[in-house]
Design a protein around this ligand. Structure first.
Ligand code: ZN
Length: 148
């Protein structure tokens, strides 16, 4: 498998900012035919997150729908500024700390200096969009890594 210098193994999921999870569900469930994989509130980010998946294994497509729980949520501010839609791209890596070090060495701007705990018990860290061509990038090591 090809790997980049950041140790990216594949696409983990797309993070989509939505104003309302309930309004977004029919598109994912009925139009795309994606399976609902549960939801949880991530207090630290002030978001309610719903997980959807199409297919299984490494080839599966995954979406993380992010609904702000209050107006101070970073996702609420994102929606106010740019509207709902693609919020971040998450790549699967084996070792988030090593990928962060590689990103820093490559001159990228880090949002997280060290891995932290994300939804679904994953280990995650974010890279700032100002150094990645405008896209908020999440490095993600899933508890059950689909690419492992
Ligand atoms: Zn994510």
């Amino acid at each position: 498998m090809l790997t980049t210098s950041l140790g990216i193994l594949g696409l983990n999921h797309l993070g989509i900012a939505v104003s309302s999870l309930d309004a977004a569900r029919p598109y994912y469930e009925q139009v795309l035919g994606a399976a609902f994989d549960g939801e949880e509130v991530v207090e630290e980010q002030r978001v309610r997150v719903a997980f959807y998946r199409l297919g299984d294994g490494p080839e599966a497509l995954r979406w993380e729908l992010l609904e702000p729980t209050d107006a101070e949520s970073p996702v609420a501010k994102f929606i106010t500024k740019r509207g709902p839609g693609l919020h971040h791209t998450a790549y699967t890596v084996d070792d988030v700390a090593a990928s962060l070090a590689a990103a820093e060495a490559a001159g990228l701007r880090l949002i997280d200096r060290a891995p932290r705990r994300g939804a679904h018990g994953a280990e995650i860290a974010f890279l700032h969009p100002s150094s990645t061509g405008g896209m908020l990038v999440e490095l993600c090591r899933s508890k059950d890594n689909p690419h492992a």
